[in-house]
Design a protein around this ligand. Structure first.
Ligand SMILES: [Zn+2]
Length: 150
């Protein structure tokens, strides 16, 4: 993170190196096998560095996003906690997850169409749920509507 001034206002330039090998052999190898693990590390690192840009300092609390590995601790476990939360929370239910996978597949020379298909299926499901909710709340509003002046 580097402080800077832009248009007369204070700001910060945040640099994130998505080099998993720089975090050690174990993390580098696992990141190659497990994209969600890698993306968790990149996300948490971005969040940590944004905290510095906002003026937050390191803490010794292992549960804190501003935790510094200089205090020791199990680094794979630190990142693994967030990965486990993502994996168990149904991240596959989010259309952007599939959109991101499609872009990644296309960039790596693979076929983006399976991920685009899942993105479309998830989007249509959310549209259907939204239409059912809209009809329900419209019916509810009409049943409770009144022209009476209080
Ligand atoms: Zn830091």
């Amino acid at each position: 993170m580097r402080p800077l001034v832009t248009h007369g206002r204070q700001g910060a330039a945040v640099f994130i190196r998505a080099d998993m090998n720089a975090l050690g052999l174990e993390i580098g190898l696992r990141a190659r096998r497990d994209p969600l693990w890698r993306e968790s590390i990149v996300y948490l690192t971005c969040l940590h560095e944004t905290g510095h840009a906002l003026g937050l300092a390191h803490t010794a609390d292992f549960a804190d996003i501003m935790y510094s590995f200089q205090f020791g601790g199990d680094i794979p476990d630190y990142f693994g906690r967030y990965r486990r939360i993502l994996a168990s929370s149904g991240v596959w239910l989010l259309a952007p997850t599939w959109g991101f996978r499609a872009i990644k597949e296309a960039a790596l020379g693979g076929s983006p169409w399976p991920a685009i298909g899942m993105c479309a299926v998830v989007s249509v499901a959310y549209l259907a749920i939204a239409l059912v909710c809209l009809a329900f709340f419209e019916r509810l509003a009409r049943s409770r509507a009144s022209l009476r002046l209080a």
